[in-house]
Design a protein around this ligand. Structure first.
Ligand code: CA
Length: 545
């Protein structure tokens, strides 16, 4: 519809999307799932869909903040062993990849300021625990990527401390040189207070620290720093990781995209020399055109910020600011954009992450239906689709960062086995939907819906790997139809009804008339008769020929 496309264009230009455990008995939300039924049609139609195992970078990735996930030793802090105990749950959900937020030693709860790139923070366990986790994941076909925080270290990193000590002792009228302290070269020091610089205590020097005085920016031009980074990658690849999530890549050389892209090119090549299929996904929280341009580095994936967060395409579609057609056309358009820059790009859709308010707060008055549909719109996107832990149960959390990283809501009983206490400065976060334990018993719960969406994603590899082809005549504000084809896997058509009313769609126009999977939000059935699809309110159908 013209007006909606115009509206989308307008909003894309103007909105900031461019930044756009039950009881104390045993483990309450333990491995389960197989015994849990979902709504009647999903149970009938989807249950026997076989998962097609494809070993590539198009994954269903679960982002885990270990601190708040599952505590194995009773100190209230989640840990590696705790995560390993939940692999049955994660695997049963249909995730086949994990992104672990930083695991290295750090003075903060979030650990984005590293003091040692080649160890595990004691709060999370040991390297042996890490090795055991990776081994278990790989045995289950789950790949693991870890956060690689290269823009900055902690001020407590020995590199920075030694550079600081050197400059403290340097007579005021002497020039500094890496000949006397190699770590002088590792950071950006200046006699002048430049933009983004902080005073270096007990000296007349300043250092670059773009995010916070506790996180000095590394000087990524330094050959010595690059050699350290190469060794860090080698270390973790030797410990079995399958790739890295790169934090804050637009800040590597602040304000200089060309240099950032050049650095990423070096990094990806160095990583792939160590492990040929080493996977890289980067965070560039900026305009879509800008982060798309980073594909020129040869990186596998850039997080797709345009579709994420409360102001992104998905939330706007569910809020009614965009139509179902806008969502489909935005997909087709961005795929063209990314492909025009890198033929081998793998999109990295995500709906929320640890820096964003949780999605259960996006839709006023929602009974869970919009939360479910939004998760589906994320998981039906092409690429390696990311889900932030807790989103699969519609957890709440907004405001300060700590609230967005609240303990995984395994149980209403905060004292139940494995429950974490969460970051110290977290407010009390009041949940809107049930705990995982309760949701697992409810056929119409968010978690059971998300599991079905993941099941469909695994059963039809073309959904992650194919191109989006809108069926123009069937794309309207309330309903839309798109095909996915990759020339290799069974092609499908996806029909969306994002409206509160039932709709009929004439599929004879596109030739996909076999109802093969469904995501419904009530007990109303979708059906196809003589090529006419009857799609109940808020229902998504997957069709084959
Ligand atoms: Ca613990």
């Amino acid at each position: 519809m013209k007006h909606t496309q115009n509206r989308l264009r307008k909003v894309l230009l103007t909105i900031p999307l461019v930044f756009a455990l039950a009881s104390c008995t045993k483990d309450p939300a333990g491995p389960s799932g197989s015994a849990v039924s979902v709504g009647p049609q999903m149970a009938q139609l989807n249950a026997n869909l076989p998962a097609e195992a494809v070993n590539d970078h198009y994954r269903n990735t679960y982002e885990v903040f270990l601190y708040s996930y599952y505590d194995s030793d009773g100190d209230g802090i989640g840990d590696l062993k705790g995560l390993q105990q939940k692999l049955d749950y994660i695997q049963d959900m249909g995730f086949n990849s994990l992104w672990l937020m930083p695991v290295c030693p750090s003075p903060t709860y979030h650990k984005y300021d590293v003091t040692n790139y080649m160890d595990i923070d004691p709060q999370y366990g040991t390297l042996a625990d890490f090795d055991a986790l990776i081994k278990d994941c790989h045995a289950r076909g789950i790949t693991v990527i870890t956060d690689l925080v290269l823009n900055h270290t902690s001020v407590d990193h020995p590199w920075f401390k030694q550079a600081h000590d050197y400059l403290k002792e340097l007579p005021a009228d002497w020039g500094a040189s890496a000949d006397y302290c190699p770590y002088f070269d590792y950071y950006n020091f200046s006699r002048d207070r430049l933009n983004g610089y902080e005073p270096l205590a007990d000296t007349n020097w300043y250092y670059e620290a773009r995010f916070w005085s506790g996180m000095p920016d590394l000087r990524l031009d330094s050959e010595a720093v690059r050699e350290e980074i190469r060794k860090v990658m080698e270390f973790w690849l030797d410990h079995g990781v399958d790739g890295f999530r790169l934090d804050a890549v637009t800040s590597f050389y602040t304000g200089n995209d060309a240099q950032n892209i050049e650095f990423l090119r070096w990094l990806c090549e160095a990583g792939r020399q160590l492990k040929q299929d080493c996977y890289f996904v980067a965070e560039g929280w900026t305009s879509q055109d800008t982060y798309a341009s980073y594909y020129a580095s040869g990186i596998d994936s850039m997080f797709d910020f345009a579709f994420a967060d409360s102001g992104g395409v998905i939330a706007n579609t569910l809020k009614g600011s965009f139509g179902a057609d806008d969502y489909v056309y935005a997909l087709a358009k961005e795929e063209q954009l990314y492909k025009s820059i890198s033929a081998s790009y793998v999109n990295a859709p995500f709906y929320t992450n640890h820096d964003m308010g949780r999605s259960a707060g996006y839709y006023a008055g929602d009974d869970g239906t919009k939360t479910k549909l939004a998760e589906a719109l994320n998981l039906l996107m092409q690429g390696n689709a990311f889900t932030y832990y807790g989103e699969e149960i519609g957890m709440k959390g907004s405001g300060k960062d700590e609230n967005k990283r609240a303990p995984m809501y395994w149980s209403e009983d905060a004292g139940a086995q494995g429950m974490c206490t969460g970051p110290a400065d977290m407010d009390e976060v009041k949940m809107k939907y049930d705990s995982l334990q309760k949701q697992q018993e409810d056929p119409y719960s968010i978690v059971n819906y998300v599991r079905e969406a993941l099941r469909i994603r695994n059963a039809f590899p073309v959904i992650a790997r194919g191109n989006t082809i809108p069926v123009d005549d069937l794309c309207e504000e309330e309903t839309a139809v798109m095909c996915r084809e990759d020339g290799e896997h069974t092609p499908v058509c996806i029909a969306l009804n994002l409206d509160e009313a039932e709709h009929t769609i004439d599929l004879n126009q596109c030739g996909y008339t076999v109802l093969s999977a469904v995501l419904n939000t009530s007990d109303a059935y979708a059906e196809v008769k003589d090529g006419i699809l009857k799609l109940p309110a808020y229902t998504i159908a997957v069709l084959t020929k």
